[in-house]
Design a protein around this ligand. Structure first.
Ligand SMILES: [Mg+2]
Length: 404
């Protein structure tokens, strides 16, 4: 094997951590995310909850309809972050490169450490064992020749699973008659486009590769290559949030008609996004505004390249985009920065910008925050850091909504 890659994925991560720390929850349908009386979605749920059809990203009201006797909890992100740091320590001990793609998920390049499939098997076993013994949690591990195959392998026997896909041929044999959604990057929308042309399985993709490329362009090329088992991507060092975009969004508990309020919420979202970019020493070159209207229709508008190094510039672009959308009641608003790349040289500058925003010495953000303060009677002085906590952000936005 040219490269040997492990994909580790924790089982129902948030829920498992909560169950571990509070055994009363064991064996119960546990849903982490919004509470049923709130608006929002399921972040993670226990396998007991999944039996009722509940899954991540599902609307919380729908989850409640399916599982009214479930236990609903808000996530404790700080706690999960701490566990994630412990996980990274374990993972890092057995690979030359670890690419963390979420708090609970990573690709590990174990080519040198494992030597061969047998070696990789041993590493997978040790990682599973240590995770259980030291952290009291289970994970699923896939071993394969490529990243995509490793990810597919870890999904295969969830939870507490282990599976290997040594060659491209094995990968193809495994997925050829499955739904196209099995292919990494084929989401609901892409699947629907393909289905509309009668392309339902991986086999269909292989037999209609030209049409797939015509239909989906660059993404189509990638998908047809994956359908052949080709994925030469390397495991690259990464931390959580090393995603292609960083965004923050809030769902209002009641639909918002006032676009003035939306603009005010954008001030806070822009600060949160800036802070996350800065934390991960990234630099982006486009801003995205995302809205979900009351009728659940979602839109996203982007501007690229746009200056987006500071909260002030992110805010400006987002407001410009907001000015061009249909004015109807809004349920959710989000802002993101994309095309991220490492931008160490900007770190210092960003640091200054943020401290400027936080201390508020004459910056554009300071003026905006002052305006919020006046309009809603909020006191940000010295508490701005709090806004970066998701809970506080949501509560503040709700407070603003009620006062607007
Ligand atoms: Mg997981």
């Amino acid at each position: 094997m040219e490269q040997i890659i492990i994909h580790v994925d924790m089982d129902a991560f948030f829920a498992s951590v909560e169950v571990r720390d509070n055994p009363v929850l064991r064996g119960k349908p546990l849903i982490i995310g919004s509470l049923p009386r709130e608006r929002g979605v399921v972040a993670t749920c226990s396998y007991e909850a999944r039996k009722y059809g509940v899954h991540s990203a599902m609307n919380i009201k729908e989850a409640y309809r399916l599982c009214p006797h479930g236990i609903y909890m808000h996530p404790n992100i700080d706690k999960y972050r701490a566990v994630s740091a412990q996980l990274r320590e374990i993972w890092g001990a057995y690979c030359s490169v670890a690419e963390t793609i979420a708090l609970d998920e990573a690709y590990l390049d174990v080519t040198a450490q494992a030597g061969n499939l047998e070696g990789a098997r041993k590493i997978a076993k040790v990682i599973k064992q240590r995770t259980k013994e030291e952290l009291g949690l289970t994970c699923s591990v896939g071993v394969a020749y490529s990243k995509t195959a490793a990810k597919t392998a870890s999904e295969e026997k969830k939870p507490d699973g282990y599976f290997e896909i040594p060659t491209a041929q094995d990968f193809v044999n495994l997925i050829i008659d499955r739904d196209v959604r099995v292919i990494y990057t084929v989401g609901e929308r892409t699947a629907r486009k393909l289905n509309a042309e009668g392309i339902r399985t991986v086999r269909d993709v292989r037999e209609n590769s030209e049409m797939v490329i015509r239909l989906l362009g660059k993404q189509g090329q990638w998908i047809t290559r994956l359908a052949l088992g080709i994925d030469e991507r390397k495991v690259t060092p990464g931390r959580p949030q090393d995603a292609k975009s960083i965004s923050r969004e809030v769902t209002f508990q009641e639909d918002v008609r006032s676009f003035e309020l939306l603009k005010d919420v954008l001030v806070l979202l822009a600060l949160c996004v800036e802070r996350r970019i800065r934390r991960h020493e990234l630099h982006g070159d486009g801003v995205t505004l995302k809205l979900t209207y009351a009728d659940m229709k979602g839109i996203s508008r982007s501007r690229s390249p746009a200056e987006c190094d500071s909260a002030a510039s992110i805010y400006r672009e987002a407001v410009r985009l907001l000015g061009k959308v249909e004015k109807r009641p809004v349920r959710l608003i989000g802002v993101g920065v994309y095309h991220l790349s490492a931008g160490e040289k900007r770190q210092l500058v960003m640091e200054n910008l943020l401290s400027e925003a936080v201390d508020g010495r004459g910056s554009e953000m300071k003026k905006l925050l002052d305006a919020l303060q006046k309009r809603y009677g909020l006191d940000f002085a010295g508490h701005l850091e709090q806004i970066f906590h998701m809970d506080v952000l949501h509560k503040t936005v709700e407070y603003m909504r009620k006062r607007s």
